[in-house]
Every structure is written in structure tokens, then in C-alpha cells.
Design a protein around this ligand. Structure first.
Ligand SMILES: Nc1ncnc2c1ncn2[C@@H]1O[C@H](COP(=O)(O)OP(=O)(O)OP(=O)(O)O)[C@@H](O)[C@H]1O
Length: 737
């Protein structure tokens, strides 16, 4: 299996170093748009791994690729395991925000031979794969993986006189298993609309060399060389042609994975192709459709990031499998960048950068992002950020959005739009006539990205045979014991706890299967000594909740099926740790948050055969529905004010009825719980959830059940109500917007 490609991405020395990045850590106060900051370009290549992951992941959890990129020392809280009773330093490590990025900068031009320290010099002449001999001339560019030079054919003979030669050193991580992964993609796509042709490729001494069409400046170069501006017509033409290039690439089953101004090149100046647009750098391209024509499976791996932070789609930030929508979202950001000269998420610094950028993308509405842009750009953004994972983009419609901006005569446009013209004709022929009007009747899309303060409860219900269940909410600390004792007297144990505004909610249940239970209300999140004491007495954590003031309620029970337990408290969602524990046979069995801190409890013997995490700034409806379709059911929920995590599991024991419903309500769903009980649907866990800040309001805040029916049931004790409180501090939303 090829290794993850992960190494610093070098950038050209910026002509105008961005003072913001060096001096001003607070981008929000920075009034002026700034030029592109190449130093921020960071990327990890995982294309091959991703493909393999897709194939192997379900079969073998052990083979799940772990997060790539730099490891960091921990600043996180304790990781505690039963039996060993010691802090595990290694487990505590590495859970910063998205730490998949390596920084670097593009290098300034150098002559051949003046290469990276330790690498063999670039040869003066090249002949590979039966090519003519090329003399190496000036350097055209350099990325994290390759260096590109002009090659001039020596002597006479067939073939282009001037070519571009892309060199990748054999020690480059991408070449660990032989020729660069990008070669495969060029084999499939080279020469198709908007992709340069590869003439020859082969290895010479220490370098893998690809001989390709010589192209001209990148869109970033053009923008940078024209005082950081670009005319609206020019950007509209780029939009039109870029959409057609992506359509072609997508129609061949691939997504590009790193769409940005630096990767769009024009043809060589002074040639017939100087107004033609090309998309290069296919090293992150992946298949969105397999060889049988099926869409690849959805997955989310929050520790994996592929792409360039500034232009990556929100889904790419969140580690979701790449699909067509991601290229289009990156294109939208590329266009807005070219028009406005700056994107609202530029300027963030530090190890939390990826997370902050992603969050900013989420809370920036299309209106705000495009406030100085003509309407078609805003419409384009709105369409593409609302695309579903496997939704077919309506390329022709997106192209038509820009009709009103570009001049009617394609021959005098600043960018050649032939490809788009062809696409529109093809679509028109396919349908007999172009029926854009019909599509205008489409229901307006839900606006899922727009900062709106909101608070919601998310409750999850599972079908179960009827049994006694009771809930309490808005319970103050002092009243807690009273309810619990009364419940215990009636044969009920706590199945789930949550907190909202430092008041508790709890669900007590006769069907937990527990034989005995203890709980502690503690000012700590979490109280290690008490938990360890209870572990000694064979109690295991069965429910936890935290409050914004940092206190916690931990419930530990006997009679669970757990064999061993481990928990971690962390400043950010500890996906790496979860991933590691999965490989050791643990599964997440409880989660809670206190402010922005997370506590995750994982257990051996949890009764699950597989588990995944859905992490989002919103309620991740789409991901949850997809997981449901694959037999996963929600088994834990928690959220901070800006992130919601759902853990979904496949139970080992398949039971007859596995109906699961989720409800999102603005108040504790007391009346709904009773309705569910009437249908033999029982709640199972309550947790406080943040997130859902955006316009889910338009989706459904209140009580519309999302229902899914199948055949099997979650094992106890994860079978009844799990609800989580979603909260968005209005002041913070305002600040973010
Ligand atoms: N065919 C070409 N003709 C002219 N210049 C090119 C060509 N291909 C690439 N370049 C230049 O070389 C630079 C690096 O190329 P490319 O992006 O393919 O390398 P990379 O190492 O894969 O980069 P990245 O780090 O973005 O993955 C490009 O930004 C572009 O400026």
C-alpha cells in the first residue's frame, strides 16, 4: 500500500510578503485585502491512501490509515485506562486542531542544478521513455512535490521544440512505491479538455521525469502581475471555462482535489493557446466513481486533510471523501479570490489554523462572501456549497449564470470559452433543447451555511419493547440526588445525562440491564480519582455530561458488557486518539463536553463491530443518513458551542427492529418523548451539543422527525433516547460574522 504523501510544500518567495500573516494574528480587524500568501499553502497528499482506504476501510479497521502530518506534543488532558491507572502521554498527544498541514513557500526561480540540499542536481539533458533529447533551461515553477523546467529539444525530429519537464526525485514520498501517483492520473486524463498532454515519461538517474505540454502563467501569476485585480469579465470567463474543464474531468470519473489559482495555467504567451485555460497538478486527484460506474462510498476521517487550506471545501477540511462538489466549492473560492483579492479566512495563523479557516468558511454566508461581486458569483457559491456528496452538479446551469457578464462574441473574450460552448451544445442536444427555465423552477436550496444564533436539542430514539422510562430536565445540582434516588427505588437506572445552562437533564430507564449504579457530581471535568476508585470496584462509565462552568456528572454502572475502559479529556475533538483506540479494540461509548473541552470514553467489549464519527459545525444530516444506510446507528452525541460530534456504530448483535429517529427541537423535547414512547421509541442518551449555528433554522429546528427504519436494534445500553443540547452563543456568532 502506498504511503501517505506528506511533506512540506515549498512556495515561491512571495513578491509581496503578507504583513498580516507575519504581524497581525487577528484577521478580522484587518481592513485591506492582501495578496496571495504562498507561505500558507499547505498540503498533504493522500490520494492513493484514500483510494485504498475506501476499499479496505470497512473490511478491516486495523488498516485504517492513521492521521498524517506532524505529530505534536500534547497539551490535552488526561487519558486514563482501567487496570493501568496511569496517564498515557502518547495517547494524550497530537490532538491539536487540524494538524495535517506542512508549511512552505514556493521557491524563486533558480537555474538548473541549484537544487534542494541533499538532492541530486537536475540533469542538464533529459531523454526518457523514447523521447528526443531535451536540454534543460529555465525553471518554470516548483511545488511541494515537483520542479518544472523548460526543456528544449536538441536537434531536429518530431515532437514539440519546447516542453515542460516535471521532475520528482525518487526519494520524494510520492515515489516510495515507484513512479509518482500523478502519472496514473495523467495517463487517464492527459490531453482531455483543459489538461495538458504528457508526451513521454520515465526515470533518469534519481528523477522521475514527465515531458508535457509547455504552458504559460498561472491565474495567480496573472492576478499578481496586474496589481492584484482582475476584471469581472475575465473572472466570469474563467468561471465558465473552469466549470467546463471540471465537468470534463468529472465525466471521466475523477475529481481534481486541489483547485486554486496556482493550478490554472494559461497557454504559452504569443501562441494560439494564450487565452486557453488548463488545469494542472493532478497529484491529489481521486476517483469519485469506481470502474463499475458506482459513486465511491461516503466517509469522514476528521484527521485527514487534502488540499490547500485557503481554497479547500469545508467537506475537505472535515476529512470527508472527495467528490465533485468539492472541486466546485474550491473553484467558487478561487473566483471570489480573483475578484476581491482576498478571502475572509486569510490571515489565520498557528496550529489551529485549519480549524479556524474551516469555521470561518462555515459562518460566512454566500451574501457576505460575495458582497462586492455581481449576483451570478453569489448564486454560483450558493449552488455549490449546497451540493450533496453524490449529487450531480448542473454544470450547464452554472455556466449559464455568467452569460450576462461575458460579451456575446466568444471570439473577443479574454479567456477562450470553447469548452463551455461545446458543453452547452451537448447538453442542449441531449435534452432536445436547453431548458434552463425548467431548472429555474427548482425549489430554492436550503441555505445551510449562514451564521444564525441558535440553540437546539438533538434527541435520538430507538425502537424497543415497552418499558419504563423517565426523564427530568432543568434539574439543579441540589435536586439531582432526589430524582435519582426516586428512580432507583422504582427500579430505574440512569441511561443518559446532559446539561444545559448548568442544569441537568437525565433519562432513567428500566431497561438498561445494569445491576448497580453510582454517580458523582464534580467540579472537575472529569474527576480522575473518583473514576479510578469506581473502576477498582468494577463500575464502568455509562454516561457523562459536562457544563459550561467545567463541572461534570459521571455515572458509572455495574452490569455493562464492558471489559476495559479508557477516557480522554482534550481541548479539541480527539479523533487521533479515537482512531488509535479503535485499533486496540475500544469503541466510543460516551462523550461529553464542558465549554470547548471534550471527554471521550471508550470501552472494550462495547458490542459493536464498527464505528465512525461524524463531526461538523452543523447537524450533519447527510452524513448520518448515509451512515444509517450502511447499518450504523447513532450511539453517542456531544457538542461544543461550535462543533457537533455524532458517533455511529454497527451493533454486533442484530435484532429485529432497528428503527432510529432523531429530533431537533429548540426546547427539551418533553412532549415528543411521550409521543415516541407511544410508538415504542425510547430515548437513550442526552448530551450537550453546541454547533448547529447556521441556518439549520431553515432545515428544521423543531420537531420534524427524521426517521429511518430497518431491521435490527442497538444493544443495550445504547438503545433509547440520546439527545444532545445544541447551543450557539449569539455574541460569538455576531463576532464571527
Ligand atoms: N506544463 C507546464 N507548463 C508551464 N509551467 C508549469 C507546467 N506545469 C507546472 N508548471 C509550473 O510549475 C509549478 C509546479 O507544478 P505542479 O503544481 O504540477 O507541481 P507540484 O509539485 O505537484 O505542486 P503542488 O505542490 O501544488 O502539488 C506550477 O505552479 C506552474 O507554475
Amino acid at each position: 500500500m502506498p504511503e501517505l504523501r506528506s511533506r512540506p510544500r515549498r512556495t515561491r518567495a512571495p513578491k509581496n510578503p503578507d504583513p498580516i500573516l507575519n504581524q497581525n494574528p487577528n484577521p478580522i480587524t484587518q481592513p485591506q485585502p492582501q495578496p496571495s500568501q504562498k507561505l500558507t499553502v499547505r498540503k498533504t497528499r493522500t490520494a492513493q491512501n484514500k483510494k485504498n482506504n475506501n476499499n479496505n476501510q470497512k473490511k478491516n479497521k486495523e488498516k485504517k490509515a492513521v492521521g498524517v502530518g506532524k505529530r505534536r506534543r500534547a497539551k490535552a488532558g488526561p487519558v486514563i485506562e482501567t487496570r493501568s491507572f496511569k496517564l498515557d502521554e502518547e495517547q494524550a498527544g497530537g490532538e491539536g486542531a487540524m494538524d495535517e498541514y506542512d508549511s512552505g513557500g514556493r521557491s524563486a526561480d533558480k537555474g538548473p542544478g541549484a537544487e534542494d540540499e541533499g538532492l541530486a542536481p537536475i540533469p542538464e539533458k533529459v531523454q526518457v521513455g523514447g523521447s528526443p533529447v531535451y536540454k534543460i533551461e529555465k525553471k518554470l515553477g516548483k511545488g511541494g512535490f515537483g520542479q518544472v523546467y523548460v526543456g528544449r529539444r536538441m536537434g531536429t525530429g518530431p515532437g514539440a521544440v519546447e516542453v515542460a519537464l516535471k521532475f520528482e526525485h525518487r526519494s520524494s514520498k510520492g515515489c516510495n512505491y515507484g513512479p509518482p501517483y500523478e502519472w496514473q492520473i495523467y495517463n487517464a486524463l492527459g490531453g482531455s479538455h483543459g489538461v495538458p498532454r504528457v508526451h513521454y515519461k520515465g526515470r533518469q538517474a534519481d528523477y522521475y521525469i514527465m515531458v508535457m505540454d509547455m504552458l504559460g502563467p498561472s491565474l495567480w501569476d496573472v492576478w499578481n502581475n496586474s496589481s492584484h485585480t482582475m476584471s469581472i469579465e475575465m473572472v466570469a470567463c474563467i468561471a465558465i471555462e473552469a466549470i467546463s474543464i471540471l465537468e470534463k474531468m468529472h465525466s471521466r470519473g475523477y475529481v481534481h482535489g486541489d483547485v486554486k489559482p496556482e493550478n490554472f495555467l494559461l497557454g504559452p504567451p504569443g501562441t494560439l493557446e494564450e487565452k486557453k485555460l488548463f488545469l494542472v497538478d493532478l497529484g491529489l486527484a481521486t476517483r469519485w466513481r469506481d470502474s463499475t460506474g458506482q459513486h465511491v462510498d461516503y466517509d469522514q476521517r476528521p484527521d485527514v486533510f487534502r488540499g490547500t487550506v485557503r481554497y479547500a471545501s469545508v467537506h475537505a477540511h472535515l476529512g470527508r471523501t472527495g467528490s465533485r462538489r468539492d472541486d466546485l466549492e474550491s473553484l467558487a473560492y478561487t473566483l471570489i479570490f480573483l475578484l476581491r483579492g482576498r478571502l475572509p479566512w486569510q490571515g489565520y495563523q498557528g496550529e489551529n489554523k485549519g480549524f479556524l479557516v474551516c469555521k470561518k468558511k462555515m459562518v460566512t454566508s454566500p451574501e457576505n462572501l460575495c458582497c462586492f461581486c455581481p449576483q451570478p458569483f453569489r448564486q454560483f457559491v450558493e449552488y455549490v456549497v449546497n451540493l450533496k456528496f453524490d449529487e450531480e452538479p448542473n454544470y450547464a446551469k452554472y455556466i449559464s449564470l455568467f452569460d450576462g457578464i461575458v460579451g456575446p462574441n466568444p471570439d473577443i473574450r479574454p479567456i477562450n470559452t470553447d469548452g463551455a460552448q461545446k458543453l452547452i451544445c451537448q447538453v442542449g442536444q441531449k435534452r432536445g433543447r436547453l431548458t434552463m427555465e425548467e431548472e429555474d423552477d427548482e425549489q430554492p436550496k436550503k441555505k445551510i451555511r449562514m451564521g444564525m444564533p441558535a440553540t437546539q436539542w438533538i434527541s435520538v430514539y430507538n425502537a424497543r419493547r415497552p418499558m419504563k422510562q423517565r426523564y427530568h430536565y432543568n434539574v439543579a445540582d441540589v435536586r439531582l440526588s432526589q430524582h435519582i434516588e426516586k428512580g432507583n427505588e422504582d427500579g430505574l437506572f440512569i441511561s443518559s445525562v446532559a446539561s444545559c445552562s448548568n442544569l441537568w437533564a437525565l433519562i432513567m430507564d428500566a431497561g438498561t440491564g445494569f445491576s448497580s449504579q453510582v454517580y458523582e457530581l464534580s467540579p472537575y471535568f472529569l474527576h480522575k480519582e473518583w473514576i479510578m476508585e469506581q473502576w477498582d470496584k468494577n463500575y464502568y462509565i455509562s454516561a457523562i455530561a459536562g457544563t459550561s462552568n467545567g463541572s461534570s456528572l459521571v455515572v458509572m454502572s455495574k452490569g455493562t458488557q464492558f471489559l476495559q475502559q479508557s477516557y480522554k479529556v482534550s481541548e479539541s475533538f480527539p479523533f487521533k486518539w479515537i482512531n488509535k483506540k479503535w485499533r486496540e479494540g475500544f469503541y466510543v461509548t460516551a462523550m461529553a463536553t464542558a465549554g470547548s473541552r471534550w471527554a471521550i470514553v471508550m470501552s472494550r467489549g462495547a458490542g459493536f463491530s464498527d464505528q465512525v464519527v461524524e463531526l461538523d459545525f452543523l447537524y450533519p444530516s447527510e452524513g448520518i443518513h448515509r451512515r444509517w444506510d450502511h447499518g450504523f446507528r447513532i450511539t453517542s452525541t456531544a457538542a461544543t458551542w461550535d462543533q457537533a460530534a455524532f458517533v455511529l456504530s454497527v451493533p454486533r448483535r442484530k435484532l429485529a427492529d432497528e428503527t432510529q429517529e432523531t429530533l431537533r427541537t429548540s426546547a427539551f423535547p418533553s412532549t415528543h418523548v411521550k409521543e415516541k414512547w407511544a410508538k415504542n421509541l425510547h430515548g437513550d442518551a442526552i448530551g450537550e451539543s453546541g454547533s448547529c449555528q447556521t441556518t439549520s433554522l431553515e432545515e428544521e429546528w423543531c420537531s420534524t422527525p427524521i426517521q429511518f427504519r430497518r431491521s435490527s436494534q442497538l444493544p443495550k445500553p445504547f438503545g433509547f433516547i440520546s439527545s444532545c443540547r445544541a447551543k450557539m452563543a449569539p455574541s460569538l456568532v455576531c463576532r464571527i460574522i
